[in-house]
Design a protein. Structure first.
Lengths: 453, 283
């Protein structure tokens, strides 16, 4: 009998511990087990503080700046006592992570969307920031993301992209960046370098890799140019049907990229972002299409110094090329979760306001993260490419705005990317028609799918 | 004693039952409900009826991935089982080094699908570039056969072990009787060994069938569905619908696909079990 009692008690204890372990994740049972574990931890932090003055949970989009955000959050917590949790989603996994995090209790109080298309997915969760202090700090209203009259997102970083140039190599080839003022110049220089590549020992362009780690440089960023010029012509800022007026220019520059590069165009489908970066760092190519966020990867100790680098506009053979600037804009908008507790919302608003106004916050964003932030208290950035963008704008050049945020869906980008890869492997008119079709027809189809229901 | 066990059985069942309910039954039912909803996060879902299921059939990528999965399943089931059975026959012959070979063939099974996918991607791309063919991202035929080669390499060893166990259980008496009756080796295989290992065949075909239909990580890592969704398996299609699409209308659709997929796999495997079971003989 005694034995039985013991067994019974033990079983009971086992069952109880099981119950206790699972109790807190009951309402997130639909997510997987690891996610359920995460919930428990975030719930713990939330529970500790809601009684005090709220807490902040920031789901960060930029893996490059993860450590800097963690540090900044620690400084803020030390100063104010408000706990700030920063979680960074893995590269390319932001939407996925956000979706599962938002479904939990203890959801992110601060998250980000990438522009109008991203906002469509999350607008019901965005707190109206029109009365917030941070909105008043913006240097221009164009950096606010609006949903009707509601201010749904605040752009917090301005970035630029163009052609990063290894000026040493360019000089070895007998040119300077001043020689390149138009698409024709760029083409002449690139083709000259290719013709003499054996003698020079380097190529004009780094590999235009179409692996998913790198293809966004072309299916999204390069594709911004034909869209931008078409929008300019038509005087619009978004459309349900793109006409593809400038796709011939798109083809010309794509041809230039893939035929004057470090590798055979047929191999591009497997080339990654790391391949392109290392080719550039190893001095195998002069030009590298990428953005100001890449600065930390190409400049610094053991890499290039600032006077060996420059960023020039992606000349496209359209419009007033002499006055064309870099492609400058933002796809990083902060949104505050309106489903969070009042106290948490307030804590979040205080936190982002502090980030963009305080000495520590602005220094961290400018120096550690290398951001140019569109706020009144912004500090001088140390990022060379960002400085070049400011100089060009000051010299009267017109920056090209970021219109890829109006691309109808990821699926559209993938379709264009796929077609570009197929064309690169076999450069026929028929394959280019595939790109045109993915670009123009794909836009209409995807726009209807995304906005139809 | 037996009575006591019976009396306390609910207590013994309870922990597992609770875990099963929390970890499987509740999410499963919630998932079923979500298939009839439109939602962004699972906490605020709006019921919309069977609309999601209607949309599945107008989604060409789903039909394409269904076709691909069926073709893939057919080829991989046949290839895996034939080779695994052949290896099992060879390795039950008391040859020298049998144990080493068994271990070697089994080993690929211990590597995770994602890792295998990337290894084979590099391997196949290298071969394709040497022979001047388009690489995997542009080559759906290579993607199809590459995926088959990958899962064959991974699963043959596992199925082989099951077949070896089955073959070792064929009674010596039967084989001796066949020999005395003058049956050739070929006839012994067809008339004696094969009927006797039918239970192993049932299990192996069941495993390869469900594995092929549920295939996800290998195909994600090897081709990711490229080019243009042509090598997308059903599971991958569901994942892409749910996660790569922005907008509330896609989540419910992905969920509905998952429910349909689940029903499909259950029905197909039940039919297969029934078909192969009927061929099993009593010893």
């Amino acid at each position: 009998m005694k034995k039985k009692l013991l067994a019974l008690t033990l079983t009971g204890a086992l069952a109880m511990s099981l119950l206790a372990g699972c109790g807190s994740s009951g309402d997130t049972a639909a997510t997987d087990t690891t996610a359920a574990e995460d919930t428990t931890t975030t719930e713990d932090t939330a529970a500790d503080t809601t009684s005090a003055e709220g807490s902040v949970y920031y789901l960060n989009f930029k893996p490059e700046q993860d450590q800097q955000w963690q540090d900044l959050a620690a400084v803020y917590t030390e100063e104010t006592g408000v706990p700030v949790t920063v979680v960074t989603a893995a590269s390319g996994q932001y939407e996925t992570t956000l979706m599962s995090e938002m479904g939990k209790s203890g959801a992110p109080t601060l998250f980000q969307v990438n522009g109008p298309v991203g906002l469509a997915n999350w607008k019901d969760y965005c707190y109206d920031l029109s009365d917030s202090d941070i909105y008043g700090e913006l240097t221009s209203d164009t950096y606010a993301l609006k949903d009707g009259d509601k201010v749904a997102g605040i752009g917090y970083v301005i970035e630029s992209y163009g052609l990063i140039v290894n000026t040493d190599l360019l000089e070895q080839a007998g040119y300077t960046t001043d020689d390149i003022q138009s698409f024709e110049d760029l083409k002449a220089v690139a083709e000259d370098i290719t013709a003499r590549s054996d003698e020079l020992g380097f190529a004009a362009f780094t590999s235009a890799g179409m692996d998913s780690s790198s293809d966004w440089r072309f299916k999204t960023h390069l594709a911004n140019l034909p869209i931008y010029f078409e929008y300019q012509d038509r005087g619009i800022t978004s459309t349900d049907a793109i006409e593809g007026t400038y796709l011939d220019n798109y083809r010309a520059i794509w041809d230039l990229y893939i035929n004057n590069s470090t590798c055979d165009p047929a191999e591009l489908s497997a080339k990654t972002a790391d391949d392109a970066t290392s080719e550039f760092l190893n001095g195998q190519a002069v030009f590298y299409q990428n953005g100001s966020w890449e600065y930390g990867n190409v400049a610094g100790e053991g890499k290039f110094s600032d006077d060996q680098l420059a960023m020039i506009p992606i000349y496209f053979g359209v419009g007033d090329e002499a006055n064309q600037g870099l492609c400058t804009g933002t796809e990083n908008y902060w949104c505050v979760n309106n489903q969070a507790d009042e106290a948490d919302i307030q804590a979040t608003l205080d936190f982002i306001y502090w980030c963009v106004t305080s000495e520590e916050g602005t220094t961290a964003m400018a120096t550690d993260m290398g951001f140019v932030i569109p706020f009144k208290n912004a500090q001088e950035p140390t990022n060379l490419f960002v400085k070049e963008d400011q100089e060009m704008t000051a010299a009267g050049k017109t920056p090209i705005s970021w219109n890829f945020t109006t691309m109808p869906s990821e699926e559209w980008k993938n379709g264009v990317g796929q077609a570009l890869t197929a064309y690169a492997a076999d450069q026929t008119d028929a394959n280019w028609d595939g790109v045109v079709s993915a670009f123009v027809d794909g836009w209409a189809t995807e726009y209807a799918l995304a906005n139809g229901q | 004693m037996e009575k006591a066990i019976k009396r306390y059985s609910p207590i013994f069942v309870l922990p597992t039952l609770l875990a099963f309910t929390i970890g499987f039954i509740i999410p499963f039912l919630e998932g079923l409900y979500l298939a009839f909803c439109q939602f962004t996060t699972v906490r605020d879902a709006a019921f919309i009826g069977v609309g999601n299921f209607k949309r599945i059939f107008s989604d060409t990528t789903f039909l394409q991935s269904f076709k691909f999965t069926v073709l893939f399943a057919l080829a991989s089931i046949i290839i895996i089982n034939v080779i695994a059975f052949g290896l099992a026959l060879l390795l039950t012959r008391n040859l020298k080094g049998t144990n080493i070979f068994r271990t070697v063939f089994f080993m690929p099974n211990l590597i995770g699908g994602i890792v295998l996918g990337y290894i084979w991607q590099i391997l196949i791309n290298c071969v394709l570039s040497l022979v001047g063919e388009p690489l995997l991202a542009l080559n759906s035929t290579a993607g199809y056969w590459g995926l088959i080669a990958l899962v064959s390499w991974q699963q043959i060893g596992y199925m082989m072990i099951i077949y070896i166990a089955g073959l070792q259980n064929v009674s010596e008496d039967l084989l001796e009787a066949a020999q005395i009756d003058g049956a050739s080796a070929w006839k012994t295989l067809w008339r004696v060994k094969l009927p006797m290992v039918m239970p192993s065949i049932t299990i192996c075909v069941f495993l390869t069938l469900t594995n092929s239909f549920k295939l996800f990580d290998q195909s994600l890592a090897l081709t990711g569905g490229d080019p243009n969704h042509l090598t997308e398996t059903l599971a991958l299609n569901i994942y892409y619908t749910f996660y790569s699409r922005a907008g509330a209308q896609w989540k419910g659709l992905g969920q509905a696909k998952a429910v349909l997929f689940c029903v499909l796999v259950i029905v197909i495997s039940l039919l297969q079990l029934k078909a192969t079971r009927s061929k099993e003989v009593q010893q």
